[in-house]
Design a protein around this ligand. Structure first.
Ligand code: UT7
Length: 322
């Protein structure tokens, strides 16, 4: 039987930091409103870096942490909704930048749940016996899609990348990964890719921004996160008390505390770093896991669930032993 485990993690955030007070220059808001409604104090934003730059830095740290040679990597998966090009993908350009073997590499778009999607794909590909070691990444520069005049959204997002090396193992460490989707036909969370126009008219295309119905997304998130945790525990005949912690997508501290309350799980065991980074979409989960490990919030042998929701709508969760 082939199992899988995590052997290294790494993360990177751009240098430039923007505080809640800085945002007052763009929109009518306040530190008090943002912090009390979201738990966010500051976020990091790109100035001249692209998504691939963030991904590369996180990937190098994860490879170093894993202590593997780059020749061992045989799959590269990048979760992102902010690729630098429609094509080539971040993953393919990363193969070249990192000097990896000419292996399969592709990008996955599942918004903030993207990292759970790439973890699921890598886990199943390795368990099939066809592959050995995956470099998986969540990398986003969502602030490039932000409408800086829209206070409903611009205060929420930040840029980051997180990476993980997953490899085959004799011990069953990545115990289960589940993902789901339900098409958001009402445009509750949307950013259009290209505007549709008469092909005979050579008008300049206009880049869309993120549009969000915050309260609908909030309701969806607070329903789906506890359900995903409960589903994972049931599928694996485990109780909540068997878990050392939960590392949830960092979209809003109120969403995380509502999920903890509904599950009856101690808030002390929920990892939180949203105050420093805001919502970094697909980067949020691997950034949180890397920081949870490096800060010893997560220790070797700990059993935890990581869970995310996002645009699409999408969701995903994984039950992992470190
Ligand atoms: O990864 C998935 C991405 N998205 C999410 O996870 C978002 C989920 N939703 C949320 O986190 C929350 O719905 C928000 C934080 C976005 C909004 O919080 P809320 O408690 O649902 O506020 P609201 O949208 O009901 O707005 C309350 C008031 C409104 O004013 P009025 O109409 O009551 O006068 C807003 O105009 O707050 C106002 N408001 C703001 N005020 C100051 C909205 N944004 C701001 C702001 N600063 N930045």
């Amino acid at each position: 039987m082939i199992y899988t485990k995590i052997i290294g993690t790494g993360s990177y955030v751009p240098e430039k930091m923007m505080t809640n007070d800085d945002l007052k220059e763009f929109v009518d808001t306040s530190d008090e409103w943002i912090f009390s409604r979201t738990g966010i104090k500051e976020r990091h934003i790109v100035t001249n870096e692209e998504t691939i730059d963030l991904a590369e830095k996180a990937a190098l740290l994860a490879m170093e942490d894993a202590g593997i040679d780059k020749s061992e990597i045989d799959i590269v998966l990048v979760a992102t909704v902010t690729p630098d090009n429609f094509f080539p993908g971040v993953s393919q350009l990363l193969q070249a930048r990192l000097g990896l073997n000419e292996v399969m590499a592709f990008d996955v778009n599942a918004a903030c749940s993207g990292f759970l999607y790439v973890l699921n794909i890598a886990d199943k590909m390795i368990k099939s016996g066809a592959y050995n070691t995956a470099l998986i990444i969540g990398a986003e520069t969502l602030t490039r899609l932000t409408d800086w005049r829209d206070r409903n959204t611009c205060v929420l997002f930040g840029d980051a990348a997180g990476a993980m090396i997953v490899t085959k193992s004799k011990e069953n460490k990545i115990k289960d990964v589940i993902c789901g989707s339900r098409g958001d036909t009402e445009d509750n969370l949307i950013c259009k890719a290209v505007d549709i126009k008469d092909p005979a008219v050579n008008a300049a295309s206009v880049q869309d921004h993120i549009h969000m119905n915050g309260s609908e997304v909030f309701k969806f998130a607070t329903r789906i996160m506890p359900k995903t945790v409960t589903d994972l525990l049931e599928r694996n005949n485990m109780e909540l008390s068997d878990l050392d912690s939960i590392v949830a997508h960092q979209a809003n501290a109120r969403i995380i505390s509502k999920a903890a309350k509904d599950l009856k799980f101690s808030m002390d065991k929920m990892f939180l770093n949203i105050n420093h980074y805001g919502n970094t979409s697909a980067a949020s989960v691997p950034l949180a896991i890397d920081q949870a490990i490096k800060s010893k919030f997560l220790k070797k042998g700990d059993k935890f669930i990581t869970v995310a929701f996002g645009g699409g709508f999408t969701w995903g969760g994984a039950l992992i032993e470190l």
